[in-house]
Design a protein around this ligand. Structure first.
Ligand code: PLP
Length: 372
């Protein structure tokens, strides 16, 4: 099978399995208990938090470990909410774990702005500038779009925030960029940054939220006060340690170069075969293609039968009709229906991708002949 839905999830590194065993069966102690064994686990967790802060390029702040980036996003947004005459700003292209929180806030009576995307799939900065003001409490924008791979210009967004609403909190959903696109909080200082393990060959059910000022973040649920009182609940120590191992095994720049090559070779094969490749000039990990005249869903199932797995966009919303993000960018209905998301792993070979390309082109030609 050639798996081309790596923005949906990735296969975990086998090396992470051993790490799990070590902390699930041997050093299984509760990090909040008082025994020496527990204190050692607590120390290891603290070191792991420092490890992540270092990877993110943070000179201060904390990392809160969560059960998913969905939880990280909810914690960032709901934890920054305050009663009062405030405004909340989101991009129209956010993942459902941000977008649906924003929609619910709007339903609950908050003043919420959804900033449209430009034709390159990025947050439209002219439109963003129009809605920012001294009442802005939170801006939440993603780093890399899970639908298109478009990369937002976070540095320009920070400049706008500094000029127009310096007291606002800036949250970035970094899931599709973390350990894939070079990023450092030193250069791009945001207040909150979400990231997830299972998108980078780590385990499912483990994620993180970088928090610059933990005192300003309200907890989502009450409990034993773990993780500075921001996220109660016994930490998933084995999972967090596996996440760390996955990060250690990742070479961002080397992977990026390789994935650029993978994308280039697939685009060449598909374009020559009559498949429209939409280049958002963003992350090389994601490629949007349109099978004009054939439904994306039909292609997905036909390819699945031939051992090539592709995606239809966000796994969490893939079962819903339409595509809110592509619609916002200005795709017409036919193009949206014929669109498929292809996403790469840095551990795939050019040969494997060329093989997938051939299968995709053959399948498209076969189906197109039948339907025309
Ligand atoms: N944000 C983005 C941009 C994503 O792509 C995803 C997963 O598809 C999430 C958030 C949610 O991540 P998780 O599966 O860890 O909840």
């Amino acid at each position: 099978m050639i798996f081309l839905d790596n923005a949906g999830t990735t296969k975990m590194f086998e090396e992470c399995l051993q790490v799990y065993g070590g902390y699930a069966c041997k050093d299984f102690f509760n990090p909040s208990a008082m025994s020496m064994e527990s204190m050692n686990v607590s120390k290891a967790l603290l070191e792991t938090e420092k490890f992540f802060l270092n990877v993110l390029g943070a000179s201060d702040g904390n990392v809160i470990f969560t059960g998913s980036a969905t939880e990280s996003n909810n914690l960032a947004i709901k934890g920054s909410f305050r009663k009062g005459d405030y405004e909340y700003v989101f991009s129209a292209g956010e993942h459902p774990s941000v977008y649906n929180v924003a929609k619910k806030m709007e339903l609950d009576g908050c003043k919420v702005h959804f900033v449209p995307l430009n034709s390159a799939g990025q947050v439209d900065l002219v439109e963003l500038e129009k809605v920012l003001n001294e009442k802005t409490r939170l801006i939440s924008v993603m780093f890399v779009s899970n639908e298109t791979g478009a990369v937002n210009d976070l540095d320009k967004i920070i400049k706008l925030k500094t000029r127009l609403c310096p007291r606002a909190v800036l949250h970035v959903d970094g899931v599709q960029g973390f350990m894939k696109i070079p990023f450092s909080l030193r250069k791009t200082p945001v207040d909150l940054f979400s990231f997830s393990a299972h998108k980078i060959h780590g385990p499912k059910g483990v994620a993180g939220l970088y928090v610059k000022n933990k005192g300003a973040l309200k907890e989502l649920f009450q409990g034993g006060g773990q993780q500075y009182g921001v996220r109660s609940g016994t930490e998933n120590v084995p999972g967090i340690m596996q996440f760390k191992r996955a990060v250690e095994l990742t070479d961002v720049r080397k992977n990026l170069e390789h994935v650029e090559e993978l994308k280039k070779s697939l685009v060449e094969i598909l374009t020559a075969g009559g498949v429209e490749c939409v280049d958002f000039a963003g992350s090389p990990y994601i490629l949007n293609v349109a099978f004009n005249g054939v439904k994306g869903e039909t292609m997905l199932h036909a390819l699945d039968e031939k051992g090539v797995v592709v995606g239809l966009g966000s796994a969490c919303s893939a079962k819903k009709a339409g595509n809110r993000v592509l619609e916002n960018i200005g795709f017409d209905k036919d193009k949206i229906v014929s669109s498929v998301r292809i996403s790469f792993s840095a551990y795939q070979s050019v040969k494997e991708i060329e093989e997938a390309g051939k299968i995709i082109v053959e399948t498209y030609k076969d189906i197109k002949e039948k339907v025309s």
